[in-house]
Design a protein around this ligand. Structure first.
Ligand code: CTP
Ligand code: MG
Length: 181
């Protein structure tokens, strides 16, 4: 595959994992997942991880993957690239893994004594990618193996932090997010 084909494939395949975090920012609020519980004096997850944000992120991400699945033939014709379809299992796994990865990172941040909204460079930009890749590799290994070849994974790991910094910067400038990370 040529570099552009790898990039477009990586972005197409990861879009259902990119969108949930941004949806959670817009939809978040209400009951925190940890219900206010603490562990050794620190919140388990913190007020930044809510049921509503998580459910909205998974719901919209899954709906997007299903929509992209119905559009895959058209997208393949337009781009001339064999873009991958999203069967139901990876359509659910990509956004769910992304949200679980982000929640896992908050758990780690609280254990490190970092308060809600504090930046942990690297972790903040890649938590949801690792979650999405690992969960889809576990529940849809054959699909994962076809779509996420070595070069595609490499591009995902390099390009995602850049996109994440950009979209969160925009969300911050639009007053949608409290911090630019
Ligand atoms: N959000 C949510 N539920 C999630 C993830 C995010 O409701 N599962 C919402 C919250 O309003 C959160 C905002 O999106 O404040 C930004 O998400 P994020 O940066 O991941 O959370 P932080 O508030 O920075 O908290 P943390 O330090 O735990 O990452
Ligand atoms: Mg944050």
């Amino acid at each position: 595959m040529d570099p552009l084909a790898i990039l477009v494939t990586a972005l197409w395949a990861m879009l259902p994992a990119y969108v949930p975090n941004n949806v959670a920012v817009l939809a978040g609020g209400g009951m925190p997942i940890d219900g206010g519980r603490t562990f050794r004096g620190q919140r388990l997850l913190g007020d930044g991880k809510t049921w509503r944000g998580t459910a909205a992120g998974i719901g919209v991400g899954t709906a997007l993957a299903i929509g992209m699945d119905t559009a895959v033939t058209g997208a393949t014709t337009v781009t001339g690239l064999a873009l991958p379809p999203f069967p139901l299992v990876p359509a659910l796994a990509l956004p769910t893994g992304a949200m679980v990865g982000d929640i896992g990172a908050s758990f780690l941040k609280r254990r490190l004594g970092r308060t809600r909204g504090s930046a942990v460079p690297g972790l903040d930009q890649l938590d949801f990618v690792v979650g999405a890749l690992v969960l889809s590799a576990i529940v849809a290994p054959a699909w994962f193996g076809r779509v996420f070849t070595g070069p595609v994974i490499l591009v995902v790991l390099v390009v995602t932090p850049v996109l994440h910094v950009l979209t969160n910067g925009i969300a911050y400038l639009l007053d949608l997010k409290a911090e630019p990370w």
